[in-house]
Structure formats: C-alpha cells, structure tokens
Design a protein around this ligand. Structure first.
Ligand code: SF4
Length: 234
C-alpha cells in the first residue's frame, strides 16, 4: 500500500488568518499529550524518555491516560492481531487532529516477527502513521528525535495524515476486514465524521464500507439494572 503525500494545507489569502493558522500550529506543536499504548518490548525505553534522565516534558510533551484527551498515539512495538483491534478502537476515539508514531522496527515491517501468523506487519496499512522510529529497540534519544520531527511537521502545517483515514477509509477498512474478517466493526461512525470534518472524498466509501453497512449492528444504549430490580423480575 503506497502512502502518497497529502497536499500541505492551503494558505489562506487573508494575512490575519494566515498568522492565526501559524499560531495555532505553533501552539499545537508545543503542547502534545501522548497516549502510550505499550504493545511490545519497545515500551521499556519510554520511562527514561519521560522522566528525569531525558525529560520529554521540557519539550511540551506529556503522557495522557485516555484517548479522548490525547493528540498522539504511540505504538511501542509489535502489534498482535488481537491488540491491533484495540489500537484501532483507541485511535478512532481520539479527537482530530491526531497523530500516530510507530516505535520499533516491528511496527514498520514486522521486524523479528515478520513471519509470525499472529502479528500485523505494517501498521500503516491499518492506520495512518505520521512518524516511524526504527530500531530494535530505539533508544530514548531516538524516541525524542522522532517526537521533535513530528513537532516540526505540525508547526509547518504538514502533519495531516489523520485526514487520510477519513478520505481513504474504504482502503483502511479493506485491510482491517482482511485481517479480522468481514464482520469487523467499530462503534465509531467514520463516514459521518468525514462529512463533519468536510473530508469526505471518493475513497471514503466503497466496496468495504458497503460490506460493513450490511452487517453493522447499531449501538444500543447500555442498560443499567439495579440489584433490587433483578430480584423483583426473578
Ligand atoms: S523491534 Fe525489537 S524491541 Fe521493538 S517490539 Fe520488535 S522485537 Fe521488541
């Protein structure tokens, strides 16, 4: 699957709006909340990167425990097929704009698990990845360098891979269905979100979203039952 570069965001003609866009990008790049999904052994390099030795907080990056308030999803090593489902669910819960960093060679091409039946080989077939940090395992300096690269891309208005998930949802869904089976579904309405963000494109819907709509079960509100209600009904 080729990830051709998306166009850089068009500059607005109003000079005041341009300054405002640049200011937003600058602020966004200097205040990043990172959800570190510790999928594999590469996660062991994160504690030194985050704490006093390398102190990534001085760059404006700090950990966040929930996807809904995070900007960056950090995938720290090999991703088993079971784990990938959770990674995709997590990614879809994050608000946009959002960024994915794949740490370790295992996220690039499967690494030492390239022949394993139980791991997903190329993370960018299932999610748009902004930065890869290769190595087995990459040192904290490399992790920080990768984060700095992402900061530079955000500041320059070029970190727009997240748009790809909306514009080309059908091909991401195709890879997901290929791995998880035709009944795969998540609770998120990606097509609706693509329309909301005005990112609906020719690749948003296709053969695979049609298949999804055929078997998709609408989400039901969670019914909470008190213990006494259960006793009365029995
Ligand atoms: S690249 Fe090496 S350290 Fe990283 S997840 Fe794979 S095996 Fe583990």
């Amino acid at each position: 699957m080729n990830d051709f570069p998306l166009p850089v965001r068009a500059e607005r003609s109003n000079p005041l709006a341009r300054v405002f866009d640049e200011l937003i990008d600058f602020c966004r790049a200097r205040s990043m909340f990172m959800l570190h999904y510790c999928t594999g052994c590469g996660a062991i390099e994160l504690p030194p990167a985050m704490t006093s030795r390398f102190d990534m907080e001085r760059l404006g990056i700090q950990p966040m425990v929930t996807p809904r308030q995070a900007d960056i999803l950090l995938i720290t090593g090999y991703v088993s097929i079971k784990t990938l489902k959770r990674v995709i669910l997590t990614y879809e819960q994050m608000g946009s704009p959002k960024y994915v960093i794949g740490i370790c060679s295992c996220t690039v091409n499967g690494g030492m698990y390239w022949q394993s039946y139980a791991t997903a080989k190329k993370l960018n077939e299932y999610l748009p990845v902004d930065v890869y940090i290769a190595g087995c395992m990459p040192r904290p300096e490399a992790v920080i360098e990768g984060l700095r690269k992402l900061m530079g891309e955000i500041k320059a208005g070029r970190a727009n891979s997240w748009e790809r998930y909306f514009r080309e949802y059908d091909r991401y869904l195709a890879a997901q269905q290929n791995l998880f089976g035709p009944n795969w579904q998540t609770p998120t309405d990606i097509i609706g979100e693509a329309r909301d963000y005005q990112l609906y494109g020719p690749g948003t819907e296709g053969r695979h979203t049609e298949l999804l709509q055929q078997h998709q079960v609408p989400l039901q509100p969670l019914r909470m039952t008190l213990h006494s209600d259960v006793e009365k009904s029995s």
